[in-house]
Write a protein that binds this ligand. Structure first.
Ligand SMILES: NC(=O)c1ccc[n+]([C@@H]2O[C@H](COP(=O)([O-])OP(=O)(O)OC[C@H]3O[C@@H](n4cnc5c(N)ncnc54)[C@H](O)[C@@H]3O)[C@@H](O)[C@H]2O)c1
Ligand SMILES: [Zn+2]
Length: 353
């Protein structure tokens, strides 16, 4: 088992390699009572209700799959369940699933009794390298995705890479986009690993190492800037354009697929504004393509006017001035503030198909 420390509003550990059953019993044994929140898929795969049927101190709450779990209705049903089982301040909540599940579990834990302990047991690559680590929790509302939430760090994050065996290639590749991002903003050795494993099948065999490296990047950044007032924004490399594309797709693209396109956009912008060597962008495109991730923009679905309007609404942009994260070199992120509109349009045209 590998361990990475995160120092946020509390200090906590990310354990990589603890088998999921052991992780659950470790978390449960430190408390009088526990509620495990799982999506349907994990419940049908592991039969947790049956597994804990004779354990009076552990309850299991099954949610709908994916984003359908991150709603106020589901949160409300969980609050009702917490009331029914009388979960107290010394008890805990466990989110066992992908990013949707850990976002929801963390949010419910932040709000129940003004904050109870919670554990994240991540089951998707995106969850392992990103969502479960960092303390951001939340749900979606009519006003938008992730607008209601809280900073509330988990007590321990457990990562069992064997859980990825059932994850589809599409979801695995989408999670890889965040791993690739970590390579460009902080740890170029990740890119070396990817160069040596250019296919999805090959890269799955080194998932544990890539997870450890990516978690270290996120843990380091979050430990220095928990509430996103500065450094943490480097984690948004590729996300300014990526978020716009994700939203315009009506969330039919996976987050990581939209981020893949955003990474290419940010890399071209880095060439123009920060003198990044163009060979870096060419290699990025080769890496992403190898994993089946998109690198071009379908201009019939994603017109420039819509992308640019959404990018101006990005939280990094201030008073109508676009702000991006770029990279000067591998592992050297920097701000790109107020780039010329003509530069952005020419990048879009280059990427359009
Ligand atoms: N809090 C943060 O900092 C942060 C960061 C990034 C993303 N997120 C959030 O994470 C969510 C996306 O997370 P995600 O990509 O993990 O998706 P997800 O949690 O929605 O899971 C995707 C699908 O995969 C299924 N699944 C989960 N584990 C599986 C496994 N091992 N094998 C097969 N299927 C499995 C799920 O049931 C679901 O249907 C979004 O809601 C996003 O907003 C949060
Ligand atoms: Zn992301």
């Amino acid at each position: 088992m590998k361990s990475v420390k995160v120092s946020a509003e509390i200090e906590y550990e990310v354990q990589i390699g603890t088998p999921w059953r052991e992780a659950l019993s470790q978390a449960i044994s430190s408390h009088d009572k526990a509620l495990i929140i799982v999506p349907e898929f994990i419940e049908s795969e592991f039969n947790l209700i049956e597994l804990f049927s004779s354990d009076l101190k552990t309850s299991v709450f099954v949610t709908p799959a994916g984003e359908d779990a991150k709603t106020i209705d589901v949160a409300n049903r969980i609050w009702e369940e917490l009331g029914r089982i009388d979960l107290g301040r010394k008890d805990c909540i466990i989110g066992f699933g992908g990013g949707s599940t850990t976002d929801l579990a963390g949010f419910v834990a932040a709000s129940w009794l003004r904050g109870v302990k919670w554990y994240a047991l991540a089951t998707t690559l995106a969850g392992m390298v990103d969502a479960a680590v960092g303390g951001k929790t939340g749900i979606n509302t009519k006003a938008g995705k992730n607008l209601v939430g809280a900073f509330h760090s988990p007590h321990v994050v457990y990562i069992d890479p064997t859980l990825l065996n059932t994850l589809s290639d599409r979801d695995f590749a989408a999670g890889l986009a965040e791993v690739i991002k970590c390579g460009y903003i902080a740890d170029p050795s990740i890119l070396e690993d990817l160069r040596n494993h250019p296919s999805l099948q090959g890269v799955r065999s080194i998932a544990g190492d890539l997870i450890e490296k990516s978690v270290k990047v996120k843990a380091h950044v979050v430990s220095q800037d928990f509430t996103e007032s500065g450094l943490r924004e480097i984690l948004n490399y590729g996300h300014t354009c990526g978020h716009a594309i994700e939203k315009l797709s009506g969330y039919t693209l996976r987050h990581g697929e939209a981020v893949a396109i955003g990474l290419v956009f940010a890399s071209y912008l880095s060439e123009a504004a920060l003198n990044l060597n163009p060979a870096v962008t060419s290699e990025l495109i080769t890496i992403l393509t190898g994993y089946g991730l998109p690198t071009r923009i379908d201009s019939s679905k994603y017109p420039w006017e819509s992308i640019s309007a959404l990018m101006l609404g990005d939280k990094k942009s201030r008073s109508g001035v676009l702000r991006f994260i770029g990279v000067r070199n591998l592992g050297e992120p920097d701000w790109v503030t107020g780039p010329d509109a003509s530069i952005l349009v020419s990048i879009y045209e280059r990427m359009a198909q």
